[in-house]
Ligand binder design. Structure first.
Ligand code: RP5
Length: 160
């Protein structure tokens, strides 16, 4: 496989079914990625090291999905200037409102671009990563426009 351009991280392997939506989108656009479980709380040193080394490894965007007190995106953002896309996951009895607030409420200076809660957020994080990469790649711009057109066509062709 080519050098990964996008890192998809998640706080637990239990997040994988939802975070798979980000990987699916990246695969559709032929973007090399890697997927790892790293936690802000359970593997804090490894999460920091990943963020610190990501840029020199060729990673251009990091997607971080986590549930409960979801600090993964923020911790990664504190250790790199790469763009971090946070995906709040509905793992707890608060169904993602906790993760949304934990991810989105970053203090000024250390941004995390926060997506929708859950699977749609993971999908959008994948698309947003491609939009970032597309600024240097006209083929991706074209592919993104075709993706939108296909979506539009499918909706307009729907018969109820
Ligand atoms: C968070 O705790 C993870 O991102 C996951 O969403 C949640 C539950 O993790 P497990 O207890 O299932 O490993 O850190």
């Amino acid at each position: 496989m080519n050098t990964p351009k996008v890192g998809i991280l998640m706080g637990s392997s239990s997040d994988e079914p939802l975070m798979r939506a980000a990987a699916d989108v990246l695969e559709k656009f032929d973007i090399p990625y890697e997927m790892k479980v790293l936690s802000a709380h359970r593997t804090p040193f490894e999460a920091c090291r990943y963020a610190e080394q990501a840029e020199e490894r060729g990673i251009e965007v990091i997607i971080a999905g986590a549930g409960f007190a979801a600090h993964l995106g923020g911790v990664l953002a504190a250790h790199t200037v790469l763009p971090i896309l946070g995906v709040p996951l509905p793992s707890s009895s608060l169904q993602g409102l906790d993760s949304l607030l934990s991810t989105v409420q970053m203090p000024g200076g250390i941004p995390v671009a926060t997506m929708t809660i859950g699977k749609a957020g993971a999908k959008n994080a994948g698309l947003f990563a491609i939009q970032i990469l597309s600024r240097k790649d006209p083929k991706l711009v074209k592919a993104l426009k075709k993706y939108r057109q296909d979506m539009r066509d499918a909706i307009l062709a729907t018969e109820l």
